[in-house]
Design a protein around this ligand. Structure first.
Ligand SMILES: [Zn+2]
Length: 282
């Protein structure tokens, strides 16, 4: 039973919000220096995530991972690992808490506790013109988890094997030599590259809509540490209608690794892991 509102309900609702984590205190990323280091940069490695499949690629520290739309509008589910310690991986929830529900140029991608450091920085985004639309939607979300066969089974009783969770699991296993059982728990909540999402204003539900991405669009991610990147070309395609099935039109996603210009970034070093002492008061 819904309790009737208290007399001061209006004034309680009228309290102004405060930002949970003002990011002014964070050292700002030297995006201009990063961008300058990659003007005319050569591509030193490439991989393609086929439609409804995932691919893995290693990105040396100080290099850029460019994720490009090729063939048609397509969203990608991205996992990032410390290439030398798979326990350190992307922390979508804290990235969201720090930078907002969607990320773009200048935002950093953080690793989970107890490491909590910027493992990557977004330095270019051809979709940054999109902003926030009239539905509250925006691009490159850190809200959604990743489509997975368990939720599909829960909601529809299905056995579907090409959700991003399964694609990422297979690609991680293939790249590292781990078994599927060992790889699966390492798969984590993603950066939804090119995906356009938000929350409905009336019910607060997570929504998706057709991605504005077009072939030629890209997202440049500077690797602050050596990364293992695993990217799934989501079975939802542009996510205009549904995912977790073979219904949507799907396209590949291209991953290229760019090396910095010779002589650039010579003073740059990887950020250290978080300096909390880990004693938890004992
Ligand atoms: Zn997906």
């Amino acid at each position: 039973m819904t309790k009737s509102p208290p007399e001061d309900a209006q004034s309680r609702r009228a309290v102004k919000p405060v930002i949970c984590y003002p990011v002014d205190a964070l050292p700002s990323a030297p995006v201009a220096d990063y961008v300058a280091a990659f003007i005319g940069a050569p591509i030193v490695a490439s991989a393609t995530a086929a439609p409804r499949e995932a691919a893995a690629i290693r990105v040396p520290a100080g290099h850029v991972l460019r994720i490009s739309s090729v063939g048609g509008p397509q969203v990608g589910d991205l996992n990032l690992f410390n290439a030398n310690n798979l326990q350190e991986r992307f922390y979508s929830g804290k990235t969201r808490a720090l930078h907002g529900a969607h990320v773009s140029t200048g935002d950093r991608l953080w690793s989970q506790l107890p490491y909590l450091r910027p493992i990557a920085t977004i330095i270019a985004d051809t979709l940054d013109w999109y902003g926030i639309d009239d539905f509250g939607g925006s691009v490159h979300d850190v809200i959604g988890t990743r489509c997975d066969p368990y939720t599909g089974n829960l909601l529809g009783g299905t056995q579907y094997h090409h959700c991003c969770h399964s694609n990422l699991t297979r690609a991680l296993a293939d790249e590292t030599g781990l078994s599927l059982a060992e790889a699966e728990p390492l798969v984590h909540d993603v950066l939804n590259v090119f995906m356009c999402t938000g929350f409905t204003r009336d019910t607060g539900q997570y929504f998706m809509k057709a991605s504005p991405v077009r072939p030629g669009d890209y997202l440049d991610i500077f690797a602050e540490i050596e990364l293992l990147a695993v990217l799934s070309a989501c079975p939802g395609g542009d996510c205009s209608a549904e995912h977790s099935s073979d219904t949507a039109a799907c396209y590949p996603l291209q991953m290229d690794v760019l090396a910095p210009r010779a002589g650039a970034l010579t003073d740059w070093t990887s950020p250290p892991v978080n300096q909390y002492d880990g004693s938890h008061g004992r």
